[in-house]
Design a protein around this ligand. Structure first.
Ligand SMILES: NC(=O)c1ccc[n+]([C@@H]2O[C@H](COP(=O)([O-])OP(=O)(O)OC[C@H]3O[C@@H](n4cnc5c(N)ncnc54)[C@H](O)[C@@H]3O)[C@@H](O)[C@H]2O)c1
Length: 268
């Protein structure tokens, strides 16, 4: 039976997934897709109104979700949130670190406050939340971590020095987690989205020159949709990827592959 076989391979029934940045463009798409695949979603974000509205929409769909305020840049908030979500020994089977911010600014102009803010969320937040959750996963006998990295983990855009550094570090941390925590039954992988159309990137895609610059660098000549990240997230969250750890999967429409070629003459 194909449905039963797919359910066994990719089904997320019984898994509790803690997702940060859940109220954002990519977070919302992942939350809906993972919930429909059977997981219970623990949605974390600082945007409480959007979080509660999302949890309600997922529940109205017949799936399981609840919202929890968590500021990943604040260690007290991280520890308090994780303690609340694991009260009574409840497990977190999968942690998805999706919260992230960017601010486009030249390397020569970035001040310390901007540096600390981006690094505080994208890197320090991911680091200490993962540490907090992994301690519980170790006690529970295993777990699974998915980090949302970026095309900027490997290929750089101008004005993204701090963001790119934070996302390159996310790729490195994914390897550290895989190497150090395999002994506890924890595996870790990353998804590196290319240019996805969300509120974070809408202004760039609306700008004629910048959107053309991007199209030239994407073989498919279009932005990705957050929904196009759901399949790989389900695969990584499910037991179908049980032998995968420390890897980063690019979902980028052929950006890293080389982008869109110039018109060429096949006869030369
Ligand atoms: N959109 C893209 O093209 C793209 C490409 C590559 C990687 N990414 C990454 O994907 C992730 C999601 O991006 P998005 O496009 O959905 O952006 P988004 O701005 O729509 O969502 C980000 C979410 O993170 C939340 N957040 C911000 N600070 C937080 C904090 N301190 N604690 C908890 N939550 C916080 C925001 O409230 C928001 O809901 C980010 O890590 C981003 O770097 C996005």
């Amino acid at each position: 039976m194909p449905a039963e076989y797919l359910e066994k391979l990719f089904g997320l029934g019984g898994k509790r997934i803690l997702l940060t940045g859940a109220a954002g463009g990519i977070g919302e798409a992942l939350a809906g897709g993972l919930a429909r695949a059977g997981a219970e979603l623990l949605l974390c974000d600082i945007a409480e109104d959007r979080l509660e509205a999302l949890a309600a929409r997922i529940r109205a769909d017949g799936c399981s979700a609840s919202g929890c305020y968590m500021d990943v840049a604040n260690l007290d908030s991280v520890r308090g949130g994780v303690a609340k979500l694991t009260e009574g020994g409840r497990r977190v089977d999968v942690l998805i670190n999706c919260a992230g911010i960017n601010r486009r600014e030249g390397f020569l102009d970035v001040d310390e406050a901007t540096y600390e803010r981006i690094m505080g969320i994208n890197l320090k937040g991911l680091y200490f939340l993962s540490q907090e959750v992994a301690k519980r996963m170790r006690t529970a006998g295993g777990g699974n971590i998915i980090n949302i990295a970026s095309h900027n983990s490997v290929g750089m855009l101008g004005g993204c020095s701090v963001y790119g550094a934070s996302k390159s570090a996310v790729a490195a941390l994914t390897r550290s987690m895989a190497v150090e925590w395999a002994q506890y039954g924890i595996r870790a992988n990353a998804i590196a989205p290319g240019h996805i159309l969300t509120k974070l990137t809408a202004a760039t895609w609306e700008h004629p020159a910048r959107s053309e610059y991007l199209r030239e660098r994407i073989a498919m000549r279009r932005p990705g949709s957050p929904d196009e990240l759901v399949g790989v997230a389900v695969m990584l969250a499910s037991d179908s990827s049980s032998y995968m750890s420390g890897m980063m999967i690019h979902v980028d429409g052929g950006c890293l592959a080389g982008g869109s070629p110039w018109p060429y003459d096949t006869n030369y």
